[in-house]
Design a protein around this ligand. Sequence first.
Ligand code: ATP
Length: 248
Amino acid sequence: MLSKSHPRYESLVLRDKIVKASKAGYLADSAMIAHGRGEAFDYLLGEKTTLPAKRAMYVTVAIMLLSKNPVISVNGNTVALAIDEIIEFAREIDAKIEINLFYRTDDRVNKIAKLFYDRDYPEILGTNNDEMMHINEIKNPRASASKNGIYSADTVLVPLEDGDRAEILSRSGKNTITIDLNPLSRTSKMSDVSIVDNLVRAIPFMTKIARDLKLQDEELLREIIEEFDNDINLKESLELFKIKEEVK
Ligand code: ATP
């Protein structure tokens, strides 16, 4: 049993979720490595949501509220760490959710789909029964997408994406928004909006933002979007990775 007083308690809880998901058989072998890389960046950030991340989140919610077909893409790690929060956010902003696995197997997809069905979320896309297409007709597994989901989406939010896929999405002309703790990843650099934060903090925070922004005029949402510069914001995110403690 983990003690809540342990200084690394929250981080250990997340690790435990990843280990359990791995044992449940819906994570790729490299999922733990990806999680570990995220953990290291989060450690350097002080495991706190930064101001540039918050700014990017306001812009994200504004874009998603103004979009016709916003879709949230989920992979195994995202599901393991924040499935309930993702469903809550999707319902708040009226977005769809699509399963999108880097190492896709029918078995992993079925296991993840079941987690959504068990939570009374039958509308999950990207399942093995779904009609899949290829973005921009690129015949590459990285470009596959549900016909009613990412394929026809105007905005795609991707917590944790690999750089190749992020590139395909951003070249497709869709608003591509990513959550990635690494501001130097190809994914962060290729996105229209890059949220440099842990997805476990970002998703619930955006649900709160959505409750507020939904009550505002569209004009204000457009202003929030127009005032934002992702390159500047990403640079600010990078500058916050400073090691403040000194070694004795
Ligand atoms: P890219 O291809 O975009 O350059 P990569 O190859 O470095 O990315 P991957 O191994 O595909 O990265 O995915 C891991 C990425 O996900 C890392 O950048 C890591 O920082 C990030 N990451 C891991 N866990 C989380 C999390 N909980 N929240 C946000 N980001 C995370």
